[in-house]
Design a protein around this ligand. Structure first.
Ligand code: ADP
Length: 205
């Protein structure tokens, strides 16, 4: 079995990554979710949690021994060396799992959802980058309704992420998600065909 063509799906908070991944999934495209992997690898008993405890101390755990994700996020939010340290622990494990999952796929291409692809400068790991582009006003509105969080919280997360202009420099394809969801079908169908063609060329080259 050959490795499938790897398309990274990225975009800021509330841009519509999960919504669009679902639509690709309904076409039969295998989806790998890096956020899900990031949560799985820090569960109790997983090696990444032991490394995090060694570096950040037991204070980073909840009373029942699970990783206190909020506390960890607060610890690294305004502390760049700590954030870099955490990334150095997690990213190799996340990408190892992404590689493992993609090697088990029996489909010409797969979609890998990587929210912070541009911020972490990991684009070279993929054959193609697809950006979900949504104006900030829509991102803030949609994410705050989805998560039941105040607008200011979403605005702060947005400020910590790459800007739309920055993202646009690195992407191959863009889905403009400022439209009604039911308008996305033909756009996704077109991209699906493009990725099938690309994967075919990839095998033949
Ligand atoms: P992400 O995964 O990028 O954080 P989601 O796909 O979860 O974003 O979308 C955020 C919220 O916005 C969800 O509640 C989703 O249903 C809604 N949403 C996504 N796309 C649209 C759209 N085109 N029109 C209206 N709501 C949308």
């Amino acid at each position: 079995m050959s490795t499938p063509y790897r398309v990274a799906l990225t975009g800021g908070i509330g841009s519509g990554k999960s919504t669009i991944a679902e639509q690709f999934s309904s076409l039969g495209v295998p989806i790998i979710d890096s956020d899900f992997i990031a949560r799985e690898i820090v569960k109790p008993g997983q090696p990444a949690l032991d490394i995090i405890i060694n570096v950040f101390g037991k204070e980073i755990l909840t009373e029942n021994g699970e990783l206190d994700r909020l506390k960890l996020r607060e610890t690294v939010f305004a502390n760049e060396p700590a954030r870099i340290k955490l990334e150095h622990i997690l990213h190799p494990i996340i990408y190892e799992e992404i590689d493992k999952q993609s090697s088990e796929i029996n489909f010409p291409y797969c979609l890998i959802v990587v929210p912070l692809l541009i911020e972490t400068r990991e684009w070279k790991r993929f054959n193609r980058i697809l950006l979900v582009d949504t104006i900030e006003e829509n991102q803030i509105k949609r994410a705050s309704i989805r998560d039941g969080l105040p607008i200011e919280t979403i605005e702060n997360i947005l400020k910590s992420q790459a800007s739309r202009q920055e993202r646009l420099k690195y992407v191959d394809d863009i889905i403009d998600n400022n439209v009604e969801i039911d308008k996305l079908g033909p756009i996704i169908q077109n991209l699906h065909q493009t990725y099938l063609d690309c994967s075919n060329n990839n095998i033949n080259n």
